[in-house]
Design a protein around this ligand. Structure first.
Ligand code: C2E
Ligand code: CA
Ligand code: CA
Ligand code: CA
Length: 284
């Protein structure tokens, strides 16, 4: 047994070394990726849900980063966002996504007029908010692209938006620009319905884990319903994330979620594919 245990330890140490090596590979590659413009942005449509079940409409898009790696193919964000945060590259990455997304958004407005999306959501990481003066970067991007502040929504996670006074201050600085804030992945973190009123957010995004269980579990339906009610009473909108079936869409619509997002409507799309998708949907 002792020998087997020793073997496990050796294998464990080996696995740790491999992980560390993989990490530093990714880190080195990511530095290059930022210089060589291997990163790109895809957009997932957000759909407005009419309570009566009328025709849903295109309400906006969420920008999601992708990495076209020279040998690994397209790398999904969960494989590099965390590493980017730890090695200090998230600032450059986040600035790239914000600028790219605002430019694309403006191009749709020029190209599509009334058919263009009305709202652009961009994910924010904690490290970006930690940078002093980051709201000035946002202001500069808005000015440079001619994007209207009210059409930009920054998404923050619960853990990020919670009690920390400095973070709260930064969020208020951002809101002073005229942009809006969404609380991402609601229900997965530590903050609760009771503390929602403490956060300067305009929209609550109900996590996919609730939506995916909404058909089978009364418990999850009750939680969605309670979230929507509290959000509404605070003047906040709601988005149901990760809708994959017509049944899930019906449930969240019945529970009065304002908007929905998920593979049922569309996967994240390149700009060209998004333009084709928008042509088939009524706009807000
Ligand atoms: P998120 O912000 O919660 O984004 C939603 C994720 O769920 C996206 O994964 C999207 O493709 C996926 N999704 C959407 N609808 C469905 C569905 O119906 N079913 C399933 N199974 N999945 C669905 P993605 O693009 O891989 O992004 C993962 C996470 O990476 C994001 O979660 C976000 O936290 C982070 N991320 C992505 N882009 C950025 C970025 O530009 N900056 C930062 N800081 N984080 C980003
Ligand atoms: Ca998000
Ligand atoms: Ca989310
Ligand atoms: Ca997430």
């Amino acid at each position: 047994a002792k020998r087997a245990g020793g073997g496990r330890q050796v294998r464990f140490a080996q696995a740790m070394r491999e992980r560390a090596a993989h990490r530093s590979d990714i880190e080195a590659d990511l530095r290059l990726a930022l210089q060589e413009e291997q990163l790109f942005v895809v957009y997932q449509p957000v759909v407005g849900l009419l309570p009566g079940g009328g025709t849903d409409y295109a309400a906006g898009v969420e920008a999601l980063v992708r990495w076209q790696h020279p040998t690994r193919g397209v790398v999904p964000p969960f494989e590099f966002i965390g590493i980017a945060e730890e090695c200090g590259l998230i600032g450059a990455l986040g600035d790239f996504v914000l600028a790219r997304a605002c430019r694309d958004f403006r191009a749709w407005q020029t190209q599509l007029g009334e058919q263009a999306p009305r709202l652009l959501a961009v994910n924010l990481s904690r490290a970006q908010l930690g940078q002093p003066g980051w709201s000035e970067t946002v202001a500069r991007v808005l000015a440079e692209t001619g994007m209207q502040a009210r059409q930009l929504q920054l998404e923050v996670t619960e853990s990020l938006a919670a009690q920390d006074a400095q973070i709260q201050q930064r969020l208020h600085e951002l809101k002073a620009l005229g942009i809006t804030l969404a609380l991402d992945d609601f229900g997965t973190g530590y903050s609760s319905l009771a503390s929602l009123h403490l956060l300067p957010v305009d929209t609550v995004k109900i996590d996919r884990s609730f939506v995916s269980q909404s058909e089978s579990s009364e418990h999850h339906r009750v939680l969605i319903e309670a979230t929507v009610k509290v959000a509404q009473s605070l003047g906040m909108g709601t988005v149901a994330e990760g809708i994959e079936t017509v049944e899930q869409a019906d449930v969240v619509r019945r529970l009065h979620c304002n908007k929905g997002q998920g593979y049922l409507y569309s996967r994240p799309l390149t700009t060209e594919a998004l333009v084709a998708w928008l042509a088939q949907w009524p706009s807000a």
